[in-house]
Every structure is written in C-alpha cells, then in structure tokens.
Design a protein around this ligand. Sequence first.
Ligand code: NAD
Length: 313
Amino acid sequence: MKDRKIRVGVVGVGHLGFQHARIVHQLERAELVGVFDINLERAEYVAKRWDTKVFKDLYELLNEVEAVSCVVPTSSHYEVAKEILAHGIHLFLEKPMTETVKQAEELVKLSEKKGVKLQIGHIERFNPAVLAVHQFINHPKFIESHRLAPYNPRGTDVDVVLDLMIHDLDLIIFYLGKEPVKVEAVGVPVITDKVDIANARLEFDNGEIANVTASRISIEKLRKIRMFQKDMYISIDYLHRDVEFYRKYGDEIIPFFPEVNKSLEPLKLELESFVSSILKDTKPPVTGMDGLRALRVALRVKEDIAKRIHNFI
Ligand code: NAD
C-alpha cells in the first residue's frame, strides 16, 4: 500500500522517550498508537502531550502495534527488548544495546528468528555534520575523539563507557569497518560509583590508531572527532555541527568547510530510517549487529579499565 503507516508504540517515555513520542507523532509514515511506562503518571503526561493512548500493560500495547521504540534505562533494555521481539514486533532499541554481549547476541538471533527489524540508537550516525563528511572519509589512519559532558544523574545506571564513549566507538568501527585488535584503557569513578572519565587507545590490524576520551564530569561540553587520512585532516564538531577539512594539493594545504544542513534533526532521521526499513523491507542503517560490535568494543574498554582499577568498581 503506497501510503501505509507503520503502527508504532513507545515504551519508556522519560527524558528521551518523550522526544521519541514527539517524533513518531510527527512522522508522515508512522502512527503513534500509544505509550507504555512503568511510571503511569509520566505515561499519562506524555500521552496527553502527543495526543495518544496510554497502555497500562506492555502486552496490551504489543497486541496493537507493528513496531516499538524502546527507550527504557539501559539496565532494562534486554528484558524489555526480548519481550518485544518475542512478540514479532520490529524494534528500535536505544543505545547501548544491552549490558552484555551474550544479551545482545540473543536479541540479534531473536530478531532474525522472528523476521523483524532491529535498529540500535547510535544517533551520531545521523548527525548532519557526520552526514556531510561521509563521502570524504577514506581509511583514516589516526583518529582522536573527545566527548565531554557536565555531570547529569541521568544515564548513570551505566558507566561513561556505555553511556557516552560508545557513540564514538560505533562511529570509529563504522568508519574503519572493523573492530580493534588491541584495546588499552584507563578510567576512574569520581562522582558516581562507576567510571566517570575514561580514555581508550584502540589499535587496528593495519596499524590504525584511535584515541578516545569520554567524561561525564566536565565543566564544559565538547564533542569532537578528528581524523587523519592520506593527504587529509577532517574535524567534526558533533555539538555545533561544524566540519572542517584540510587537504594537501601539491605543496599546499587547502582548508575546506563543507556545507552542513544544520536544520536536520538526527532523532527524526533515525526514526524515519527505522520506519522506512520496515516499509521497504530493507536493512536498517544501524543494525543489531552494529549495536553488538559497538558494545563488544565498549566492554573490552571496560574490562581493560577494570584490570587496572579493580578495587574501585
Ligand atoms: P529516563 O530515566 O529519563 O527514562 C526512562 C523511562 O523508562 C522512565 O520514564 C521510566 O519510568 C521508564 N521505565 C523504566 N523501566 C521500564 C520498563 N521496564 N518498562 C517501561 N518503562 C520503563 O532515561 P533516558 O535518559 O530517557 O534514557 C533512556 C535510554 O535512552 C537509555 O538507554 C539511554 O542510554 C538512552 N539514551 C540515548 C541517548 C542518545 O544519544 N542516543 C541520549 C540519552 C539517552
């Protein structure tokens, strides 16, 4: 059917789930059927705001939708996602996919068994600055990233590696098309009882290096990734959505500032791509396997940190 709309529910409508509900409500090719949250008062508030129904039970919602956007805290991703997939419902699952590789592998298998789409919320892939440089990235050899955020109690059910660093790990794996052969990392808990600031050095099979820093206890916000590849330096400012290049032509280094369409909303592009992959029966742009790869590397970072500071965590 040409104008068919996908019937979508949002599960977990806290800070980010509110935005998911807003966007699903606005999407042309989706219908926001309803929301479910264990906090009924919150579900009622969000449902009222986006003119939709409150489900008091997850299974009632699952019986009325084709797809779910799952935005519960990370520590509940696996449990909730498993129920959704087991019902044969397409699933958009926020990042980090799960807390363990085994759980993530199980979700990938279950989605395959049920023949449903599974997309993971690695939203930086849809950042307009990232989209603007995509075509220029060609085997970066040296990558440096910084993702520094002020303290916010939200997201502290996991450490900074799963909360923030995983965004950069996903992009690095995506750009290089492989996982590192060696991971060395340091990190410490400062404000929470989990690691709040971390640095990882990833080494890849062809000698590529990525140096990745993430903090959730910074005074100022910074989100940048810098890449060096043959004859070119590319810098992406995720936060301000700016991009700059320096390219060698003969003996000269020429700066270049590609145009970025800053009006694009990453969350909208992300959820639109999920709905479109269902409608067109295509592979989602960020698959369950992508989520699993990013998680696997994040957990290697965590393990290496734990080796050094096992008495802290
Ligand atoms: P939040 O605490 O504000 O909201 C979570 C909501 O889920 C709450 O309303 C809570 O009542 C509800 N909930 C908890 N358990 C539930 C369950 N079993 N069933 C239904 N509802 C349940 O958290 P948040 O900041 O919105 O984060 C949610 C998820 O989104 C996390 O996984 C986080 O990592 C992810 N996130 C991703 C990004 C990104 O950049 N992609 C940014 C922020 C958060």
